[in-house]
Design a protein around this ligand. Sequence first.
Ligand code: NI
Length: 172
Amino acid sequence: MILTVLKEPDPRLHIKAKAIEKVDDSIRHLMDDMLETMYQEDGIGLAATQVGVDKRVIVIDLNAGSEEDEPDVHCMANPEILWHSEETSTCKEGCLSVPETRADVTRPARVKVRYLDRQNQIIEIDADGLMATCIQHEIDHLDGVLFINHLSKLKQELIHKKLKKLKKFQNL
Ligand code: NI
């Protein structure tokens, strides 16, 4: 089922999501709906917070939208960053909850992440490049943080003004 992606400003995007107890059929169902929604909206990652579900669940497929590459699906429940590099990297980020906005965000270049997969198994992975960026962006969502919250106050004000105008225009 395609879910509705919340758009900034929406207070539900700024809630710290709750850990789940275990990955059962209902969580797998949520993961499937989130993947379907992410593909529909042309995203490469989606957090449950963005569809108004107060659970620590994210889905990622860096190959979404690619015609040549096979799907590369990662479903993660209760993801946590165990370690991050001192070295940083800067990436132009966007977000389905912040329409028509892209901005450079600097984050640790590499992370070690632990999570529960679809089979409720504990998995640990090392990620770098776009995967590291994407995981950190999605975990931020679970903590109620958007990528624009990493920008200066002035830039955030400008973006919020733009989003307001955009919303007015869409409601006409
Ligand atoms: Ni996002």
